[in-house]
Design a protein around this ligand. Structure first.
Ligand code: GLA
Length: 728
């Protein structure tokens, strides 16, 4: 039983294998947070202190007891208007414009299985592998009814939180702010680890102290964004990669979000994860409900690596869906960096021929195959095949590709429209725009109003016609700009950002239902929508438009904190690299791309015979270890932001096979020898280096490590395969 309820004290304990989460409905009906951390079997209400604090108000019913104040007590779902002047998870604006809500415990229910969220992505689990706690809180004066949902995956050490807000009152109120999770800590000095970035340089790791100022990690872009990721870690000051307490919060949502944290006047830390509150005003009338997207919580006492392992398993097994969840993904050759917009049917067939000779499984025809699309200035929205450009029909082209023994995939960008397109000329009202104003252009394109079903339907039908025409086995779903005009003819402006995202989810769900065999890869100018929400529909995401191997080391390092290797699409591209101009060896590019879902992004026809042979061997090698990479554990062994070398390790779940990858980031004269320490091995087992034949004890590899000797030359890379020999 993962959920234990102490009826007398009204204490709820959520127990996972290694963690405890506790809260209490107190004598006034307020839901107080008691504890989250290492597993305990004690009621933690003894931690609460009641002290008369100046300028911290008291609820009316205890007015003469000045020691009770929600301004100082730890809370589960703090709302504005109860005397808590700290940051809140919920702001309700009432019909009289007062911003107040006073939520008290009404009832709870413990349910077998994990709750689902209508129209939103969420963690799922077998019925006997999860439990749900549903707690109802209510404000009796304005009729706000809040259902706090907790999903507990005991074995996985995962606790999810979501919230359903319902108006049971007579008058309309407006939700001005809604978060799905809050963690209150009574003491401690914490640091926030977050992942910031920009287009072609996503998810750089930054670690900053939580202090008495409010820190906000957010996106206002309508997508989770390149600039900030909706996954953050709150760590104790002494926590490292391998040691110490840390908490993860991962928002399962692909739109504008907000994570806020700071210390209060008494040094207590609060962290909140939820929807972006700017441009968000969600009116609810009597009987209407609003679902706040889920946050996945996880606690690790083994530093960031312990936390990452848990998130990887959770995403891999409880977020990703479909037949490709467990299946080995095709190694693909994408036409984008090979030919950009400049291709015809023969170009694609030639790529397929090259792919076949190299052992590559699939060719993807990227942007440029539809409407009038020879540059990124036109054509979006016209999802009909440009047969005169291709020189044949799509079905003929796909047949020719399949004839080579190669699968076929296609690029689409359903959410967008170019002004220069038939769709825009016929339906200028389909775009997000504010009446009387010209919308902001980005990549010279506009955003379709996906909050409207009839708009989605037009695009859906167009896309289905394409998918029905030929044997298409993969889709790259792109989104090459952010939202700027949050105005729709069909919904209240403050609802548009949210309704847009749920519209995208609705589209994807319908697409998956109709084409369950198609693999969809997410993309947003690379990794601008790399989040757990998208991974529910698209089990892999193009990690970055930056294919430079050395930049990728950092991007993939940051990505790895929450997202498993089986979600990270990574390709070998040409040199000098198209984004950075950097030259790295074919080997280095392949080693770096093998950290995720492997592919190529160049024209193999331009390779020498030796390079082709090297590529053939790389594909073979990847396929040999693909199962290990997709389903094994992943460890970071160094920090590319600080260390001279970048190393990571893929190890099978049973610890019998290891793939160690190392790239030298910098070269200098007379280089010292470095030592890379492996992780997660069986301590007393013997591991044999497949190439050299050397035998090592697991413990030696973990405690003393392997020497990294830097050969002259820039960015050298190596891979070592270790197989268990003798299990002691
Ligand atoms: C985005 C993608 C690229 C490519 C282009 C095509 O930038 O991230 O990989 O598909 O669009 O326009």
């Amino acid at each position: 039983m993962a959920i234990i309820y102490n009826q007398e004290k009204r204490i709820f304990s959520l127990q996972t294998k290694n963690t405890t989460y506790q809260m209490m409905a107190d004598q006034l009906g307020y839901l107080l947070h008691l504890y989250y951390g290492k597993k305990l079997e004690q009621d933690m209400d003894y931690l609460l202190s009641y002290t008369d604090r100046g300028f911290s108000g008291n609820p009316a019913e205890v007015a003469d007891d000045r020691t009770y104040s929600l301004d100082t007590l730890p809370q589960e779902y703090p709302v504005l208007g109860t005397g808590d002047t700290r940051n809140s998870t919920l702001i309700i604006c009432n019909a009289d414009y007062s911003e107040c809500c006073d939520l008290r415990y009404v009832s709870h229910e413990i349910i077998k299985g994990k709750y689902k969220l209508n129209g939103l992505p969420a963690v799922y689990a077998d019925k006997d592998k999860a439990e749900t706690l549903s707690i109802i809180l209510e404000d009796s004066s304005n009729g706000t009814r809040v259902q706090l949902l907790y999903g507990i995956l005991e074995e996985e050490d995962i606790i999810t939180r979501s919230v359903i807000i319902t108006n049971t009152g007579k008058e309309q109120f407006v939700i001005e702010k809604a978060a799905s999770a809050c963690l209150d800590f009574l003491d401690g000095d914490y640091e926030l680890v977050h992942f910031y970035g920009r287009h072609t340089m996503e998810r750089n790791m930054e670690r900053i102290p939580v202090s008495h100022t409010e820190i906000k990690i957010e996106s206002r872009r309508g997508a989770s964004s390149h600039q900030h990721n909706p996954g953050v870690i709150l760590a104790r000051q002494d926590t490292t990669e391998d040691y110490g307490w840390c908490y993860g919060m991962l928002f399962v949502y692909s739109g504008s979000f907000m994570c806020e944290t700071g210390k209060d006047q008494f040094g207590q830390t609060r962290i909140i994860m939820g929807l972006q509150s700017e441009q968000f005003h969600y009116p609810l009338n009597n009987g209407e409900s609003f679902i706040v997207p889920e946050t996945i919580l996880c606690f690790s006492e083994n530093g960031f690596s312990g936390l990452s392992l848990k998130y990887h398993d959770c995403i891999r097994n409880h977020i990703c869906r479909g037949i490709y969840k467990k299946k080995l993904r095709p190694v693909l050759l994408n036409s984008w960096e090979a030919s950009y917009f400049d291709f015809d049917g023969n170009t694609i067939i030639n790529l397929a021929k090259e792919a076949a000779s190299l052992g590559i499984d699939m060719v993807v025809m990227d942007d440029g195959w539809f409407g009038k699309r020879d540059s990124d200035n036109s054509g979006l929205g016209d999802w009909n095949v440009n047969e005169s450009k291709l020189g044949c029909s799509l079905s003929r082209l796909v047949e020719a590709v399949n004839k080579q023994g190669v699968k076929f995939g296609i690029w689409i960008e359903p959410e967008m429209v170019s002004e220069d397109s038939e769709l825009y000329r016929n339906h200028p009202d389909f775009v997000l725009q504010i009446p009387g104003r010209r919308p902001i252009h980005a990549r010279n394109q506009l955003v379709l109003d996906f909050s409207r079903e009839e708009v989605r339907e037009v695009i859906f039908n167009q896309i289905c016609n394409i998918l029905d025409e030929a044997n298409i086995e993969y889709i790259k779903w792109d989104m090459n700009r952010n939202l700027s005009e949050l105005y729709s003819s069909k919904s209240f402006p403050g609802c548009v950002a949210y309704n847009y995202v749920t519209g995208v989810y609705d589209f994807l769900e319908k697409l998956l239902k109709r084409y369950p065999g198609i693999l969809i890869e997410g993309c947003c100018g690379g990794g601008g929508r790399f989040d757990a929400g998208m991974l529910y529909y698209t089990p892999q995401i193009w990690c970055s438009d930056n294919t430079d191997a050395i930049d990728r080391l950092r991007i993939q390092y940051g990505t790895s904190f929450f997202y498993p290797a089986c979600t990270v699409a990574s390709h070998v591209s040409a040199v000098p690299n198209h984004q950075t101009g950097r030259v790295t060896s074919l080997k280095t590019r392949a080693v770096v791309a093998m950290a995720g879902i492997y592919g190529y992004e160049f024209d193999p026809g331009k390779l020498s015979e030796e390079e082709k042979e090297e590529t053939r061997q790389q594909v073979k090698k990847y396929k040999e270890y693909q199962e290990l990479i997709q389903s094994g554990d992943y460890y970071r062994l160094s920090n590319p932001f600080k260390d001279i070398f970048t190393a990571w390790e893929n190890i099978s779940k049973d610890g019998t096979q290891v793939l160690l990858s190392i790239v030298i980031n910098e070269i200098h004269g007379n280089m010292p020898v470095y030592y890379v320490k492996l992780k997660g091995l069986r301590e007393y087992a013997l591991y044999r280096d497949k190439e050299s034949g050397a035998l090592y004890q697991g413990r030696a590899l973990m405690e003393a490590g392997l020497p990294v000797r830097c050969r002259p030359g820039e960015y050298n890379a190596s891979q070592i395969v270790l197989n268990i020999e003798d299990i002691n």
